[in-house]
Design a protein around this ligand. Structure first.
Ligand code: C2E
Ligand code: MG
Ligand code: MG
Length: 398
């Protein structure tokens, strides 16, 4: 069986020779039918035709309608077509168009630098999957639970931390874990954060969840330490909570009553909105740091996590966003930003943490860059406390 077996393919390319070459390759890979178009406008007509393509191979620089515009229309048409971009443009432009395609909701199999080879084409087509029923999108999910339902769940303490290991790159030792909120819904099962965090933040009601997570994470960490596991625990703190100047005291109290010393807890701060009330946020953060909590800039390099914050908040950790980590071995711009962030952390004398490490290649880049700590699917996914303890036990044996 060949990779394109039975697929209807469409090649969008203004150069006749290249278009025919790619069409021939697709046939040799088993495509049932190959349609051709000389620019985006013709291509749009042909995807509205009877045999709608399963797979589109598309150039970017074309007269009339370029590849970017065609991809936008594809995204809006809500058709389950998979796309391969083939172009002679440079890597960073191709990367950017790849991100654009995903942002428009297009199923992108990948990007090929021209000239297209049979091998490269075959490689990407192996990623093709027939369309299945669309999974619920983030927006559908967040609409699925009302604020009242979420708050009720918090009140009933149905939320619990899942733990994802943080590992020292130099030694491979587990240093601690990040606690990530999961809602164990009595009817719907396990619910991920995107279904409840944003709604809680926007309505100013995130504190109840934060305090519950702090309590459960502190209890867990305290129990680990009693068993002789010298681990830390990281908890996410929403920036909007920091406007209330009593927050630092509330946090300290919850953590101390669980029996944990603040030294063993790191608070990760994500800035999804601009810090509008700077003074109370700085007051809270200074107080937390004074009491011994570690402070981490989460998602560093994105949104409002800016360089300016590093000069005014006493951070102890720089958590470099996964967009610069995942795939950094193959992406020179991500790698450059990643490596200079590690260097900056070193000069500021704070720890560098890479999140979103998914492959051995990326792990090797982090290690060579001298990054301190790694977190990601390559090491382990977030898991229940019992699984996390089993993971730690297996690691110490190794
Ligand atoms: P975050 O704090 O940046 O957490 C990292 C997210 O990346 C987690 O998603 C984790 O499961 C995911 N991740 C870890 N390794 C990998 C990897 O190798 N590849 C990929 N693709 N993803 C990886 P999760 O658990 O869905 O949490 C999403 C976000 O929700 C968190 O991002 C955090 O901002 C927020 N969040 C989670 N729990 C809480 C909480 O208790 N309070 C607040 N305020 N926010 C929370
Ligand atoms: Mg985090
Ligand atoms: Mg993050």
């Amino acid at each position: 069986m060949t990779v394109a077996d039975g697929l209807v393919a469409l090649v969008v390319e203004d150069d006749d020779f290249q278009r025919r070459t790619v069409a021939r390759m697709l046939r040799s890979l088993g495509a049932r039918e190959v349609q051709e178009a000389g620019d985006g406008r013709q291509a749009l007509v042909s995807i509205q035709g009877a045999a709608i393509a399963d797979l589109v191979v598309c150039d970017l620089d074309m007269p009339e309608m370029d590849g970017m515009e065609f991809i936008r229309h594809l995204g809006q048409a809500d058709r389950a077509v998979s796309v391969i971009i083939a172009s002679a443009q440079d890597r960073s432009l191709l990367n950017s168009v790849g991100k654009m395609a995903r942002a428009y909701g297009v199923r992108l199999l990948g990007v090929i630098e021209k000239p297209v080879t049979l091998e490269a084409l075959e490689n990407l087509i192996t990623r093709y999957e027939p369309p299945k029923a669309q999974p619920a999108r983030a927006s559908a999910w967040s609409a699925r639970f009302s604020l009242e339902q979420i708050l009720h769940g918090v009140q009933e303490k149905q939320f619990e931390p899942f733990f994802q290991p943080k590992v020292e790159l130099a030694s491979g030792l587990v240093l601690g874990a990040e606690a990530l909120a999961r809602w164990r819904h009595p009817e719907h099962g396990l619910v991920a954060p995107y279904a409840f965090i944003a709604l809680l933040e926007q309505s100013g009601k995130i504190d109840a969840l934060t305090l519950l997570m702090l309590e459960k994470a502190a209890n867990a960490c305290c129990a680990w330490r009693e068993r002789g596991l010298e681990l830390t625990v990281s908890v996410n703190l929403s920036l909007v909570s920091l406007t209330d100047t009593s927050l630092a005291d509330q946090i300290t109290q919850v953590v101390r009553s669980a029996g944990l010393h603040p030294h063993h807890m790191i608070l990760e701060i994500t800035e999804t909105t601009a810090m509008t009330e700077v003074a109370p946020a700085l007051e809270n953060l200074a107080r937390l740091r004074m009491r011994g909590f570690g402070l981490s800039v989460d998602d560093y390099g994105t949104g409002f996590s800016s360089l300016q914050q590093l000069t005014r908040v006493p951070f102890t950790e720089l958590k470099i966003d996964q967009s610069f980590v995942t795939g950094c071995a193959a992406n020179p711009s991500s790698r450059a930003i990643f490596e200079s962030s590690v260097e900056m952390a070193r000069r500021l004398d704070i720890k560098s943490v890479a999140e979103g490490v998914e492959t051995q290649q990326d792990w090797d880049v982090l290690k060579a860059a001298g990054c301190d700590v790694a977190q990601g699917y390559f090491i382990a996914k977030p898991m229940q406390e019992s699984a996390f303890l089993a993971f730690c036990a297996a690691e110490t044996v190794r």
